[in-house]
Ligand binder design. Structure first.
Ligand SMILES: *[C@@H]1O[C@H](CO)[C@@H](O)[C@H](O)[C@H]1NC(C)=O
Length: 182
């Protein structure tokens, strides 16, 4: 629409021998068209990345080994396809600053360390611990990481764990989520 308007204005200018055309107005129109185009390119290069996944059932602690990756099997959101439900790995689809969150609930006389790991390095750690009493203990983490395309972030069990199970059901969910901030 604007483009054809500019074309018509340009044609009129050429036809009428410039003087009748307001040069400043024409420049303004062209400038605004150029910035619109640049804005569009910015939007195209900055893709959205966001995921939210959780466990579909409780996880028995005796089935968890040291440094075992938690494979959150229920995928609610996976914009940008960074989360792989087979391995539990999140692979950064592009460079950027990312925010990750975990929530883990230990149930009645249970505990488990939970680590957020980037390319094999521990970046954050938390400990859901209700080992000495009957009740739930909810542990969460929020971790802001600068990632390069291809970096892998995952959540795994730490060294210390024991007891019954980590809970994920209609009362609480064991989840892993993240998004690209910038
Ligand atoms: C998942 O990440 C781990 C640790 O970085 C890596 O060893 C493994 O190959 C990855 N698996 C897949 C399927 O990408």
């Amino acid at each position: 629409m604007l483009r054809s308007f500019v074309f018509v204005v340009l044609c009129l200018c050429v036809a009428s021998g410039e003087e009748s055309c307001d040069r400043r107005e024409m420049e303004n129109t062209i400038c605004s068209l150029c910035s619109q185009r640049r804005g569009g390119q910015l939007l195209e290069s900055g893709h959205q990345v966001a995921f939210f996944v959780y466990m579909s059932q409780n996880i028995q602690i005796n089935a968890i080994s040291k440094y075992m990756t938690f494979v959150y099997d229920r995928v609610e959101t996976n914009v940008g396809n960074g989360y792989d439900v087979r391995s539990g790995n999140f692979t950064a689809p592009e460079n950027g600053i990312y925010v990750f969150h975990t929530s883990t609930t230990s149930f009645d006389k249970s505990h488990c360390m939970v680590e957020v790991v980037k390319n094999g390095q521990i970046k954050d750690i938390t400990w859901a611990d209700s080992m000495s009493h009957d009740d739930r203990a909810v542990a969460s983490s929020m971790t802001i990481l600068s990632l390069t395309k291809g970096d892998i972030v995952l959540v795994r069990a730490g060294v210390q764990r024991g007891g019954n199970y980590l809970e994920s059901n209609q009362y609480t969910r064991m989840s892993f989520s993240g998004f690209k901030l910038a």
